[in-house]
Design a protein around this ligand. Structure first.
Ligand code: SAH
Ligand code: SF4
Length: 420
């Protein structure tokens, strides 16, 4: 049952549990979403195609799945009519099941999704004037327990598979009607302005232009699956989104950061939230395992970080906890000391029932921002979005259980013990 079981907390908490490629289906067919071309080729060969046919069919199917977004084998017009039933008997083209879809008055959308084995997770789409950002989940729940984060109060955790991760992006494209009608080559022929420097689609006219791994879960505790999913998102014959438009957010899983840079290569965001050991130990407990010095050194060494591609430090504004002028000055000092090409995102804390903190006042947030700005570091305040549908950061609560303060404290202790 290891393949469908949730990870109980505490207990056998393996930070990087064995990845599995698909969630088994009751009907025995294999969901192709999430699989790379090489694996699809193997499956076609194992199902009886000769090596050459398997390779050709996998190439065609891959293009239809990830580049064109079709959800029926019937729509694969360059595959022989007789071949399509053969595919249908053995394979499916999955999408996460939508339990609930909400649309905020400010355009923000939130979806509650369900895996084939019944676990719920969430995804949020935030449209802006010049871009549209999809906030993608990497796990159901989170093994960490940042004290201000509602996802951290979920007791049970399971890694999402590559298919469940890339499936979120595909579902968003379905909903927004954004699959390309023409193939990449046809599109390229229309002119360079439609294709950006990596050969992917440009943002022109598109709603979904950016992806942030900032939904539920800690992406670097599900490294292999997140990497494999993002490879499909970045593949020019897949979803073809430039790595410059993808950001991975981590609470500071230091040993995985270099690999993230080398093997995924997307923009990095780090949930810093505090500048002293004392406060960060309290609000981001993974700090007790990987401290500030280690974390900032790993940021300085992050492959690909430069002034053109800065690291984002997320900083949630908690009243009387991390929001003083001295905190702002210490933040500047740390960024300069480690010579980090960095920007800071100030996030007004989003309260939830039972949370131990309040949000800083708007004046305090403005003052904090000014101090950081005055030192030459960009520090915008993130506007809360989708408040009417609870879509903002840390509010992915539909699937989370409500607990009393005492239960929350006990859970925090258990998760800490599991961190080791
Ligand atoms: N686990 C990863 C990514 C998911 S959390 C990480 O921690 O970076 C995405 C961002 O939302 C993080 O910066 C997180 O600290 C922030 N966040 C969580 N709960 C929040 C809340 N209640 N209010 C504001 N920001 C919150
Ligand atoms: Fe997990 Fe990120 Fe929430 Fe911390 S802030 S509990 S790492 S999801």
């Amino acid at each position: 049952m290891a393949d469908t079981a949730l990870m109980p907390i505490p207990g056998l908490v393996d930070p990087v549990p064995t990845p599995r490629e698909v969630t088994p289906r009751a009907d025995g067919r294999v969901d192709l979403i999430g699989l790379p071309k090489a694996r699809i080729t193997e499956l076609f060969a194992a199902a009886g195609l000769d090596a050459k046919a398997a390779k050709l069919r996998a190439k065609q199917v891959f293009h239809w799945l990830y580049h064109r977004g079709v959800t029926e084998f019937e729509a694969m017009t360059d595959i022989a009519k007789t071949m399509r039933p053969w595919l249908m008997e053995r394979f499916v083209i999955g999408r996460p099941e939508v339990v609930l879809a909400q649309h905020s008055s400010d355009g923000t959308r939130k979806w509650l999704l369900r895996t084939d084995d019944g676990h719920e997770f969430e995804m949020v789409f935030i449209p802006d004037a010049d871009r549209g950002t999809l906030c993608v989940s990497s796990q159901v729940g989170c093994t960490l327990n940042c004290r201000f984060c509602h996802t951290g109060t979920m007791r049970l955790v399971r890694n999402l598979t590559p298919g469940e991760i890339v499936g979120q992006v595909m579902l968003a494209r379905d909903t927004l009607g954004e699959w390309p009608r023409a193939g990449q080559a046809d599109l390229a022929a229309l002119g360079d302005d439609l294709v950006d420097e990596d050969g992917g689609y440009s943002s022109d006219g598109r709603l979904l232009t950016n992806i942030v791994m900032m939904g539920m879960g800690e992406p670097l505790y599900n490294f292999d699956n997140v990497r494999d999913a993002l490879k499909l998102v970045m593949d020019g014959d897949g979803l073809a989104l430039s790595k410059r438009r993808i950001t991975l957010s981590t609470s500071g899983v230091v040993p995985m950061m270099a690999r993230a840079g080398d093997e995924i290569g997307v923009n990095l965001a780090v949930s810093l939230h505090a500048v002293s050991k004392e406060v960060r130990d309290e609000i981001v407990p993974i700090n007790r395992k990987y401290g500030l010095d280690e974390l900032l050194a790993a940021c300085a060494a992050y492959p690909g970080a430069s002034n053109a591609r800065r690291i984002t430090f997320e900083y949630v504004m908690l009243k009387d906890k991390n929001d003083s002028d001295a905190d702002a000055r210490e933040l500047v000092r740390l960024i300069k000391r480690y010579r980090l090409p960095a920007k800071v995102n100030l996030i007004p804390f989003n309260p939830w029932p039972g949370a131990a903190y309040d949000c800083s006042t708007p004046e305090r947030i403005r003052r904090f921002s000014e101090i950081v700005f005055a030192a030459g570091i960009s520090a915008p305040v993130r506007t809360p979005r989708g408040r009417d549908i609870d879509a903002a950061c840390g509010q992915l609560k539909t699937a989370a259980t409500r607990m009393s303060r005492a239960e929350l404290d006990k859970l925090a202790e258990e998760k800490l013990a599991a961190l080791g």
